[in-house]
Design a protein around this ligand. Structure first.
Ligand SMILES: Nc1ncnc2c1ncn2[C@@H]1O[C@H](COP(=O)(O)OP(=O)(O)OP(=O)(O)O)[C@@H](O)[C@H]1O
Length: 599
């Protein structure tokens, strides 16, 4: 007994019925009430039809002599009318619950996306989070709808079963325990296998993610070139096939075991049903049942089988889908780790041009043992172009992520006009920085959108968009297209125009220029620009920044030479700093890095 109770408790914990119902109720309580009312009316109509048929049949029990013709016609018309109503309400009810389910699916899918956008970048360092995200997105795509539909079936079949139980008891009370004997084993088997299937999927989420990744590589356009150039197709396909086959085989084995146990329980159920039928026939032969009872039984028998099956299906589907809902809650319960709502006075900061200082800053990535930056200090004064130089992996891009407050440092701080950026509202602070990441995004939207995204909080200003494009050199590229700034870029959508890497870079720089930020950061953003474009860009950058500042990362001497001040980073520290001439004269790491011959 205690074992059963423990199992029930475990099931309850797994399915989160209260949370799932609360979530669904919050989204659309009105529609749920309408749907439930329709189900009630539908079932009342069905029971009314069956009961009026019983009353109709009872009229014939006394033979021709005692037949009341008016009553026969009355019950017949009544049964027919209510039967027609039943059919109509049934269709409306199915439509209402289906549309309710689709709305809820859509809403929860949106909640998942909205919540994901609130989470910090550091979550993306953790494969466990990526598994949670994958499971939640999959569950969010269809499980809420499936829950609503199973709840609908559950409500419908339960009400129908109550009516049937009443009629069965009225016919013969022994039918009730027999019915339970049929229902419970099937229910038990389905729930048990739902659990197993869920656990199997949970355990294999990482492998599923690997197949998704491989599939993207093989079918997406990002890797299409390299895969063909290096003939990687067969290798990837084999790897993909191995994992897929393993997963499919395991799933088939699980389904096979389920099928065997289901056959056994369904056989038992069918036997029990025929026993029920025998009981009814015996009772009728002994004269313990009326004609009406036999008619009721004849209607109920096929109906009760499908109701019980429907009920079991609904309960097990409700259970099964609910365990997947746990994945959605697991994601929705994750909280942003960073304090985003600093209350520092932004007005005071705005009164002066931005002076950024990095003070004794140390940082290592979450889940990583080694420090990437260790006790590093530097300043980015207003009106100056500052450059960061260092070998690959020196930590330059990491410093930029910290400057954008995508991560917080472990020690030390970053200040803007003397205020620690952690004390500021994160969205306000991020608007003070515009950045072109090394792996900037090529948005497959219009060219105008690509630039406007630099300051989406502001109404789109076509003149300013064009101005930003002129400064970055993107204007010349876009003018070539007949649709100009409205041209859709990239190959994802019909009629999209693809740009060269350098042209995409110009567009990304225009996006950063469009922002009204105090600090512009270019991380290897000019690597694909030709020499003329690069020169023009730096002229524009000086013109654009005024008393604002710029931080540039590059491995190209032609870019770095343009900076007012250069920091050389090595071994997680700043090892040299000064302007180009100072650093050359010092004959240190900087001059070696660029192989500059000394006089
Ligand atoms: N998301 C991450 N999680 C863990 N470690 C990371 C992550 N990103 C970078 N690193 C590690 O941090 C170190 C610094 O990387 P970073 O990208 O900042 O270097 P970089 O100086 O910009 O290099 P490059 O010149 O090649 O662009 C590297 O050793 C890298 O392996």
């Amino acid at each position: 007994m205690s074992n059963i109770r423990a199992k029930l408790k475990k099931w309850y914990r797994n399915v989160h019925p209260k949370q799932a119902l609360q979530l669904i109720w919050k989204i659309s309580s009105k529609r749920i009430i309408i749907s439930l009312c329709l189900i009630l009316i539908e079932n009342a109509c069905w029971a009314g039809t069956v009961y009026s048929l019983k009353l109709l049949m009872d009229q014939f029990a006394g033979g021709q002599a005692r037949l009341n013709r008016d009553a026969v016609i009355y019950y017949l018309v009544f049964a027919a009318s209510i039967g027609v109503l039943y059919v109509c309400i049934k269709s409306v009810s199915a439509f209402v619950s289906d549309s309710l389910a689709s709305r809820i699916d859509c809403e929860i899918d949106e909640q998942i996306h909205a919540h994901t956008l609130k989470l910090d970048l550091s979550y993306y360092e953790d494969p466990a989070y990526l598994d949670i995200l994958k499971r939640a997105r999959e569950a969010g795509a269809n499980k809420p709808k499936a829950i609503i539909l199973s709840l609908n079936d559950l409500a419908k079949n339960s009400i129908m079963l109550v009516a049937m139980i009443y009629m069965l008891i009225a016919t013969n009370w022994l039918l009730l325990p027999l019915l339970c004997m049929i229902v419970l084993p099937i229910l038990f088997v389905r729930i048990k296998f739902s659990d197993r299937q869920y656990l199997w999927q949970r355990d294999n989420a990482a492998l599923e993610r690997e197949t998704t990744y491989l599939s993207h590589l093989m079918t997406g356009d990002a890797a299409a070139k390299e895969i063909r150039a290096f003939a990687l197709g067969n290798f990837l396909l084999e790897k993909y096939g191995k994992i897929k086959h393993r997963l499919v085989n395991e799933l088939i084995q699980l389904e096979k075991r389920k099928m065997i146990v289901e056959i056994a329980t369904t056989l038992l159920a069918t036997l029990a049903f025929f026993s029920v039928m025998a009981v009814i026939i015996m009772a009728t032969l002994k004269g313990k049942a009326s004609f009406g009872d036999i008619a009721v039984f004849l209607v109920i028998f096929p109906q009760s089988f499908s109701t019980v099956q429907g009920l079991i299906g609904a309960i097990s589907r409700f259970y099964q889908n609910n365990i997947y809902i746990a994945d959605i809650f697991e994601l929705l319960h994750l909280k942003p780790l960073m304090n985003a709502a600093g209350e520092g006075n932004t007005n005071a900061i705005r009164q002066n041009p931005p002076h950024i200082a990095i003070e004794n800053l140390s940082f290592k990535y979450p889940h990583s043992k080694n420090f990437v930056l260790n006790n590093i200090s530097l300043i980015i004064p207003p009106g100056k172009i500052v450059a960061l130089v260092g070998m690959n992996g020196a930590g330059k891009s990491t410093l930029i992520k910290l400057l954008c407050r995508l991560y917080d440092p472990l020690n030390g701080r970053i200040t803007i006009n003397g205020t620690d950026i952690r004390d500021l509202d994160v969205s306000w602070y991020r608007r003070q920085v515009s950045v072109v990441f090394q792996d900037y995004v090529k948005y497959n939207f219009s060219a105008s959108d690509n630039i406007w995204f630099g300051n989406i909080q502001k109404e789109r200003e076509p003149d300013e968009i064009e101005n930003a494009a002129r400064l970055s050199g993107a204007d010349d590229v876009l003018k070539r297209f007949s649709n100009g700034y409205n041209t859709i870029l990239g190959r994802t959508f019909d009629g999209g125009k693809e740009l060269s890497i350098g042209e995409w870079q110009k567009l990304a720089i225009a996006r950063a220029f469009y922002a009204e930020s105090g600090l512009i950061i270019l991380d290897e953003a000019t690597s694909a620009l030709d020499a003329f474009s690069e020169n023009d860009l730096f002229r524009s950058l000086r013109e654009r920044i005024g008393d604002r500042s710029a931080l540039v990362i590059s491995h190209r001497l032609s870019t770095i030479m343009q900076a007012d001040h250069i920091y050389v980073i090595e071994d997680q520290k700043v090892i040299e700093s000064g302007n180009h001439t100072d650093l050359i004269q010092r004959k240190g790491r900087y001059s070696k890095m660029f192989s500059i011959e000394h006089a």
